[in-house]
Design a protein around this ligand. Structure first.
Ligand SMILES: [Zn+2]
Length: 61
């Protein structure tokens, strides 16, 4: 899926990115938010995706 790269205010929608860092799945967002790095429990990919989506929907609400 390609996005238009037109620059426009998109404050209501966040686009967290899920990626694997040092063997751990984490999400991070352009707004500076990211999954908690001090969390001792390893989250699997699905959990991280859910967290990322929750961030996006929470901000948009
Ligand atoms: Zn965000």
């Amino acid at each position: 899926m390609k996005r238009n790269h037109r620059h426009h205010p998109d404050l209501a929608h966040h686009h967290p990115v899920v990626q694997k860092v040092r063997g751990r799945w984490v999400w991070s967002c352009e707004c500076g938010s990211a999954s908690c790095r001090t969390d001792l429990s390893q989250l699997n990919w699905h959990q991280v995706v859910v967290e990322a989506l929750r961030h996006a929907t929470t901000i948009a609400a």
